[in-house]
Design a protein around this ligand. Structure first.
Ligand code: DBV
Length: 258
């Protein structure tokens, strides 16, 4: 059945997409606000392809959800399912630069070798206490509670550290029942608390001075440039959808603040 998505707020319709309840929670959190679709070409709203051997081709589907609203420049989610196992949710909520707010970043990735969980309220200005203190005071105790229940994710690329807060929830979890339980009983409630924390900050955020908004814009652009250059999914997306489409997707949709 041909899936037609005409705008970024149309529901995601990937059957057996592992992370559906996380995006549903995000959509519910936005439902109390006036939101509008984010302009995304059809080529990136829905994309389907096949991979694997010609005798036994497997389907890969990618759909992009998105919106914008007062205080939020772009909220978008890359939703991918490739075959039975590989399942990705890459969610980034980007505030407008005239509010002293962090990015909401969730990178949930299931690959044949396990689940990767990266969740954070990521600073645009990490070394600026005005930008970080009101966030970390709230988030650190939440992080301490949930990180203690899951295995560590191990090292992260050193040049990426400046884009994560001290409350970065980071884990690598094995596939299988044990992993499924951890995702349901620990990752989901943790995600809900990080999301609530972000929306509390969003409601309280007051518009900043012009001078401050320039500082925030520079920090946001640095983050976006880093993520576009170092996107760990580049190889995978190119293998599924080709180089041209992938570079346009990464630079003009996912990390489009240059
Ligand atoms: N990561 C993305 C987008 C994805 C995506 C847009 C559409 O930014 C998926 C998909 N992330 C993805 C995949 C992997 C990772 C890894 C497929 C696994 C790569 C592999 O193991 O083959 C958080 N994502 C990671 C890693 C981290 C993050 C730390 C592991 C290290 C790595 O492989 O690089 N969030 C991610 C990240 C930053 C961030 C790298 C950087 C600032 O904010």
């Amino acid at each position: 059945m041909q899936i037609i998505r005409n705008n970024s707020q149309d529901p995601i319709s990937i059957s057996n997409w592992r992370w559906a309840c996380f995006l549903d929670e995000t959509i519910k959190a936005f439902s109390t606000f006036q939101t509008r679709p984010y302009q995304i070409d059809n080529d990136f709203l829905f994309r389907e392809s096949f991979f694997g051997s010609s005798s036994n081709p497997k389907k890969v589907i990618l759909e992009t959800w998105g919106l914008k609203m007062e205080k939020i420049r772009q909220a978008r989610c890359a939703c991918l399912q490739a075959g039975e196992i590989t399942s990705v949710m890459n969610l980034v909520i980007s505030p407008l630069n005239n509010y002293d707010l962090p990015f909401f970043g969730a990178d949930f990735v299931t690959l044949p070798n396990g689940h990767l969980i990266a969740l954070d309220l990521q600073p645009a200005l990490k070394d600026d206490i005005t930008h970080t203190q009101h966030v970390w005071n709230k988030l650190k105790p939440i992080h301490a509670h949930w990180q203690s229940k899951i295995p560590s994710g191990g090292d992260i690329p050193s040049d990426a550290r400046q884009y994560f807060s001290p409350a970065f929830l980071w884990s690598r979890i094995p596939l299988g029942e044990e992993g499924d339980n951890l995702i349901t009983k620990t990752i989901k409630p943790a995600f809900d608390e990080y999301l609530n924390c972000f929306f509390d900050l969003l409601r309280d955020a007051k518009i900043t001075s012009k001078e401050r908004s320039f500082q925030l814009l520079n920090g946001q652009k640095k983050y976006m440039r880093y993520r576009a250059e170092k996107d760990p999914a580049r190889g995978m997306l190119r293998s599924f959808f080709g180089e041209v489409w992938t570079e346009s997707y990464i630079n003009n949709i996912l990390f489009d603040l240059k």
